[in-house]
Design a protein around this ligand. Structure first.
Ligand SMILES: Cc1cc2nc3c(=O)[nH]c(=O)nc-3n(C[C@H](O)[C@H](O)[C@H](O)COP(=O)(O)O)c2cc1C
Length: 190
């Protein structure tokens, strides 16, 4: 089983990456091969709506940038965790640029993410987690993912880098999420 986590923070080594590592550690303990993909330092433009991806048997997206390599990883993964810091109540524009293109391509090319197992995670200093989780859930569900729950909504608190490690309940929620992702994926492939 191959599990990836996509960190939507433009800040390297911040709280979002910490949570991604945490969920991947749990998945590795459950026997998964894992990889963390951070959007920090990657250049991924937004969808232009050109619909090239929906014409003439085209594969992938016509825009050449860092989208291609990450989309290839998305196609390979059995388990996909999408994590974002909350920016003014929402997921980051870097993450939404990737998700808009990935979703439009995948839905235009045979709904090819169907029945992967996925989950959102939102991290914020103070507020806006639930809206951001909902935003990411909307993407997962329309792309036909199977989404397990956890012991709480998949959120955690943290402002400065590493302060998320002080949120014991948040970390416990992520640990349970990792266990549930592996459990559900195991049931689906049994
Ligand atoms: C542009 C910007 C907007 C932010 N908006 C919010 C917000 O709406 N609510 C909140 O609680 N924290 C907000 N924050 C704080 C981040 O969500 C928080 O610091 C988070 O831990 C950052 O994750 P990272 O370390 O992975 O980058 C904002 C931070 C930035 C830079």
């Amino acid at each position: 089983m191959y599990a990836i986590a996509i960190s939507g923070s433009p800040r390297p080594k911040g709280n979002t990456e910490t949570l991604c590592r945490r969920v991947l550690d749990g998945l590795a303990s459950a026997g998964c091969r894992t990889a963390l993909h951070s959007l920090a330092g990657r250049a991924i433009a937004g969808c232009t709506g050109c619909a090239w991806c929906r014409k003439d048997g085209h594969q992938g997206c016509v825009q050449e940038d860092d989208f291609q390599a990450l989309y290839a990883e998305l196609l390979l993964a059995d388990i996909v965790v999408i994590a974002s810091p909350v920016y003014f109540g929402s997921a980051t524009p870097e993450l939404m640029a990737f998700l808009d293109r990935a979703g439009y391509v995948a839905r235009g090319q045979g709904q090819c993410l169907a029945r992967k197992v996925g989950a959102p995670i939102a991290i914020a200093r103070r507020a806006g987690h639930n809206f951001t989780v909902a935003q990411l859930l909307m993407w997962l569900v329309i792309n036909d993912f199977v989404v397990p729950g956890s012991s709480y909504w998949p959120i955690a608190f943290g402002g400065a880098p590493d302060t998320v490690n002080e949120d014991a309940e948040g970390l416990a929620t992520i640990d349970r999420l990792a266990a549930n992702l592996a459990w559900v994926a195991g049931k689906l492939t049994a």
